[in-house]
Design a protein around this ligand. Structure first.
Ligand code: FAD
Length: 397
C-alpha cells in the first residue's frame, strides 16, 4: 500500500468531456513530454525552492532540452509550436508550478515575442537563437511604480543622442529583472511622444535591478524594481517595428490567452489533489469521498474545470486559425483566473489542515493563482475591455 497523500500533486488526467481526443499528434507529444517532466522532476523538488524563494535553475534549464522555448516562433532555434500546443505546455507547467511556467512566460512569451513581433530580421537573427537555447535570458519591462493598469501612460523616457538613445525611468514587477541578459524596455520617445521598445543588454552602466522581497505568490521566481539612469542604448537595439504603444499591446494580447491556460493548470492541480485526498482520507469511519457534501463540492469543481478546458480549447483553435481577438482572449483570462481562484479555495479547504502544508501541493497553487489573476491585465481590466466591446462604451479611457 502506498503512503497516503504522497501522490497528491500528480495528474489524474482529468478530461471529463474527452477534450483531449481533439489534440493533434504534435499537441499530444508536447503535452505528454511536459506532463512527464512535471510529475517526475518538478513535483518531487519544487516545494523547497518555493519555500526558500530560490530559483530552481536545474528545472529552468530543462525547458530548452524539452524543446518548448520560443512558443510559436518559427526558425531561430525556437520551438515553433502550434498555438494550441503552446497553451498545453503552459497548462502542464503551471499544473506543476507557477514560478516555472511564469519564468517561461516572461522569457519566451514576452521577451522573445517582443523581438519576434517588433524586431527587424537582423535583430531576430542577433538575439533569438541564443534565447531559444536560454544562453541569454529575457525580461519584459513595461510596468512602472505609478503605472500598472494604465501602463499606456508610462513615464520612462528615451531621448535620442547621436546614434544612441538615453533611457531614464523606473520599472516595477519585472520578472527576471535581476537575472536577464536582454531586457525589453518600453519607453516614451521624447521627440515623437510615442512608446518605443528597446533591448537593453545587461550589465550596462546606469541599469540597476533589485529583487522585490516578501512576495507570497510565485516565490520560486523573482521580480525586480529596475532603475534606468542615463542608460545608453545603441540605435540598433531599438525594436524597429515598435513605434507606438499599440505594438507593445500586440505582444500582451498574445500572452493574455496563455494566462487562461496557466489558470487551467493551477485549477487542475487543485481539483486532482482534492479528489485524490477525498478518496484517501477517512473521517467518521468512512472515506471523505463517500459523503454527499464532499461529492457535491467535487462535482461543482469538475463542472467549473471542464468549462475552463472548453474555453481553452476554443481559444486554442481560434489562435491556430489566426482568429483569436484580444477581447476574446481577455474574456478567457478573466473567466479562467476567476474560476481557478474558486476551485483552489475549495481544494485548500477540502484538505483541512493539510491544505495549508506545502507538501500537499495545493496551497502553493492557491497562492500562485493570485499573481496570474493580476498580471497582464487584472480581472477588472479584462472585464472593462470586454465591457467596452459589448457596449461600445469605454469605462476606463
Ligand atoms: C508576480 C507579478 C509579475 C509581474 N511581471 C511583470 C513583468 O514581467 N513585466 C511587467 O512589465 N509587469 C509585470 N507585472 C505587473 C503587472 O502587469 C501589474 O501588476 C498589473 O498590470 C496591475 O498593475 P498594478 O499592480 O499597478 O495595479 P493597479 O493598476 O494599481 O490596480 C490596483 C487595483 O485597481 C483596479 N483598477 C485599476 N484601474 C481601474 C479602473 N479603471 N476601474 C476599476 N478598477 C481599476 C485593478 O483591477 C486592481 O484591482 C507583474 C506583476 C506581478 C504581481
Amino acid at each position: 500500500m502506498t503512503t497516503p497523500y504522497t501522490e497528491l500533486g500528480e495528474a489524474l488526467g482529468t478530461d471529463f468531456f474527452s477534450v483531449r481526443d481533439q489534440f493533434t499528434e504534435e499537441q499530444w507529444q508536447r503535452f505528454a513530454d511536459v506532463r512527464k517532466f512535471v510529475d517526475h522532476e518538478v513535483l518531487p523538488d519544487i516545494n523547497g525552492y518555493w519555500e526558500r524563494a530560490e530559483l530552481p535553475w536545474h528545472l529552468f534549464r530543462r525547458l530548452p532540452e524539452l524543446g518548448v522555448v520560443g512558443e510559436d516562433i518559427v526558425g531561430y532555434g525556437a520551438a515553433g509550436m502550434s498555438p494550441l500546443a503552446v497553451g498545453l505546455v503552459h497548462m502542464e507547467l503551471h499544473r506543476g508550478d507557477g514560478s516555472l511556467g511564469t519564468f517561461l512566460g516572461v522569457h519566451a512569451g514576452l521577451a522573445m515575442q517582443s523581438i519576434a513581433m517588433c524586431g527587424s530580421e537582423e535583430q531576430k537573427q542577433r538575439w533569438l537563437p541564443s534565447m531559444s537555447t536560454m544562453d541569454k535570458l529575457g525580461a519584459f519591462a513595461l510596468t512602472e511604480p505609478e503605472h500598472g493598469s494604465d501602463s499606456i501612460a508610462l513615464e520612462t523616457t528615451a531621448t535620442p543622442d547621436g546614434d544612441h538613445w538615453v533611457l531614464n525611468g523606473t520599472k516595477r514587477w519585472i520578472g527576471n529583472g535581476t537575472t536577464a541578459d536582454l531586457v525589453t524596455v518600453w519607453a516614451r520617445n521624447t521627440e515623437s511622444g510615442e512608446v518605443n521598445g528597446f533591448v537593453v543588454e545587461t550589465p550596462t552602466e546606469g541599469y540597476s535591478a533589485k529583487e522585490i522581497p516578501g512576495k507570497v505568490a510565485l516565490r520560486a521566481l523573482w521580480q525586480a524594481d529596475i532603475t534606468l539612469e542615463n542608460v545608453r542604448v545603441p540605435d540598433e537595439n531599438r525594436l524597429v517595428n515598435a513605434t507606438s504603444f499599440k505594438d507593445c499591446a500586440r505582444v500582451l494580447a498574445n500572452t493574455r490567452g496563455i494566462c487562461a491556460w496557466m489558470a487551467l493548470g493551477h485549477a487542475t492541480a487543485g481539483y486532482d489533489a482534492a479528489l485524490r485526498y477525498a478518496k484517501e482520507r477517512t473521517q467518521f469511519g468512512k472515506p471523505l469521498a463517500s459523503f454527499q457534501v464532499v461529492q457535491q463540492r467535487l462535482v461543482s469543481m469538475l463542472a467549473d474545470l471542464t468549462g475552463m478546458q472548453l474555453y481553452c480549447m476554443q481559444i486554442g483553435r481560434l489562435a491556430d486559425a489566426g482568429k483569436l481577438s484580444p477581447t476574446v482572449a481577455g474574456l478567457a483570462k478573466m473567466n479562467n483566473t476567476r474560476t481557478a481562484r474558486k476551485i483552489l479555495s475549495e481544494a485548500r479547504d477540502m484538505l483541512g489542515g493539510n491544505g495549508i502544508l506545502l507538501e500537499h501541493h495545493v496551497v502553493r497553487h492557491w497562492a500562485d493563482i493570485e499573481a496570474i489573476h493580476t498580471f497582464e491585465g487584472t480581472e477588472t481590466m479584462q472585464t472593462l475591455i470586454v465591457g467596452r466591446d459589448i457596449t461600445g462604451e469605454s469605462a476606463f479611457t
